[in-house]
Design a protein around this ligand. Structure first.
Ligand code: SF4
Ligand code: SF4
Length: 472
């Protein structure tokens, strides 16, 4: 059995999950309602994020939705900018940068993401749990209701709660689907009905079912046993990482406050269990840093309220590092966290720079495979080229190709038509050049790319001719 070095107590708590009882059955967590400044700030942020999430599919930039991850058509739109399979290098680089960002962020800030930004926490604590409080009442009332045999009160409360949960699950799944196939297609799917579009409906129902199951039954188990990010904490977080921690130096030995309020020989923790009863994962933060802790700050708010009532300084449970708690010097902004934060900002700039480099279109001009030069009239040669135009902008686009060097002309054979936003256009043209303009059997040529008369870019390729040109 492991020993907690600081408190010299055996770490029994690490031998079992608080949400699993001795016989292996589930211990339901009845988290008490949280009140406090941190909870209020999290509530504002959660409301803002939920609003963005639900209205996101209908916000458009130009003609494009703000976000779209159409895996089926391999089309991605981020903040109105279209990314096609041709941008795979950019997507991969962004992905690698993101992984690096997550690792560095976690090393410095621990699980701040879990408590403040994770969709699981936001939906659980600010949507589903709040509805539960409204219908079934406080944590104690919920416990009583669940222990009662089925009666009229239990029936209507459970029915109403689960009906609302299912409704939210369907709305949320439809919203999520809108980020994949577009809001127009989701509306179409709902209009068509399950008989006409069975596979679409089945997908939506499975999505909704999983969502409903997670927030009605699985709940904190996502954070405790399923989430890979949570499991990574053990290797990413160290003694300098910011955590929600209990100041055992100040708090121990814990003891209930005496009637006269004098508690001089004991630590500041009055063993009221307020921090435990609000914890959505059912743990006791006073045992030390635990993988189950999602850094939701509920115990900070609860303990601060208790400290205020007993006239002791706030912060017995607080944001700090393990080292800060051990040494008594609060250590959030240290050299490491500042230097890592600078690296994080540089990474963000790097991704931003990559995005800025990306143009509104991409073109490839290749001589037709296996083709050679052809005589064209008495004094000229021609080469045949295939071109691709990838329109990455939000508008219809047409590119005109003009031969800039050497002198000559381009004659379209097929396909120089406008290309829709996010689509690829293909065509073929001939390049015709007088023989005396050619310097070798493989003359470098420059093609200008014009949109509505404005030069957008140039393209370098070569023009083949007879070997006799090399002897000129
Ligand atoms: S809320 Fe504070 S005082 Fe109460 S048990 Fe928790 S740490 Fe101790
Ligand atoms: S220990 Fe505190 S911060 Fe961690 S999950 Fe429980 S209430 Fe939230």
């Amino acid at each position: 059995m492991a020993k907690n070095v600081k408190t010299k107590k055996p770490e029994y708590f690490r031998d079992k999950l608080t949400t699993v009882s001795k016989d292996g059955s589930r211990e339901w967590v009845y988290a008490k309602k949280v009140k406090g400044p941190l909870f209020n700030r999290r509530k504002i942020l959660a409301t803002f994020l939920l609003l963005i999430f639900y209205i996101g599919p209908i916000i458009k930039i130009g003609n494009n939705p703000i976000l779209l991850f159409n895996i089926l058509e391999r089309k991605f739109i981020i903040f109105g900018v279209v990314f096609l399979p041709q941008d795979i290098h950019l997507i991969l680089l962004t992905f690698i940068t993101l992984i690096l960002f997550v690792i560095l962020f976690t090393v410095i800030f621990g699980r701040i993401f879990c408590g403040w930004l994770c969709p699981q926490t936001i939906f659980m604590e600010f949507v589903f749990r709040q509805i539960e409080y409204l219908i079934e009442g406080s944590a104690a009332k919920q416990r009583r209701l669940n222990s009662k045999p089925l009666n009229f009160e239990k029936l209507w409360k459970k029915t109403l709660k689960h009906f609302i949960f299912i409704l939210i699950a369907v709305i949320t799944s439809s919203t999520m689907l809108s980020y994949i196939i577009g809001v127009g297609n989701v509306i179409e799917l709902l209009k068509e009905g399950p008989i006409k579009n069975f596979s679409g409906y089945a997908g939506l129902m499975v999505f909704s079912g999983v969502f409903y199951f997670i927030f009605s039954f699985f709940r904190e188990q996502v954070c405790v046993i399923a989430c890979p990010y949570g499991r990574l904490q053990g290797v990413l977080v160290d003694k300098k990482s910011i955590i929600v921690g209990y100041d055992y130096k100040r708090g121990e030995p814990r003891a209930p406050i005496t009637k006269d309020g004098i508690n001089t020989d004991n630590g500041d923790c009055i063993n009221c269990n307020a921090c435990v009863t609000v914890c959505p994962t059912g743990i006791d933060i006073r045992n030390g840093t635990q993988l189950e802790c999602i850094n939701c700050t509920a115990c900070i708010d609860a303990c601060n309220a208790v400290m205020t009532r007993v006239n002791k300084p706030k912060g017995l449970i607080r944001y700090d590092s393990e080292e800060g708690i051990e040494t008594g010097h609060r250590s959030i902004f240290n050299t490491r966290s500042i230097s890592y934060s600078i690296v994080l900002v540089l990474l963000l700039f790097f991704v931003g720079y990559l995005f800025m480099l990306r143009g509104s279109f991409e073109t490839t001009i290749l001589r037709a495979r296996g083709s050679m030069f052809q005589e064209y009239g008495a004094d000229s040669l021609s080469n045949i080229y295939n071109f691709d135009l990838v329109n990455k902008s939000a508008k219809l686009m047409k590119i005109d190709y003009l031969l800039e060097s050497p002198k000559g002309r381009i004659m379209y054979i097929q396909g120089n038509v406008p290309v829709d936003a996010g689509k690829v256009g293909r065509g073929t043209f001939l390049i015709i050049i007088k023989k005396d303009e050619l310097s070798s059997s493989n003359t470098p040529i420059i093609i200008g790319l014009y949109n509505k008369g404005e030069k957008m870019d140039t393209y370098n390729t070569t023009f083949v001719g007879p070997n006799s040109l090399d002897k000129k």
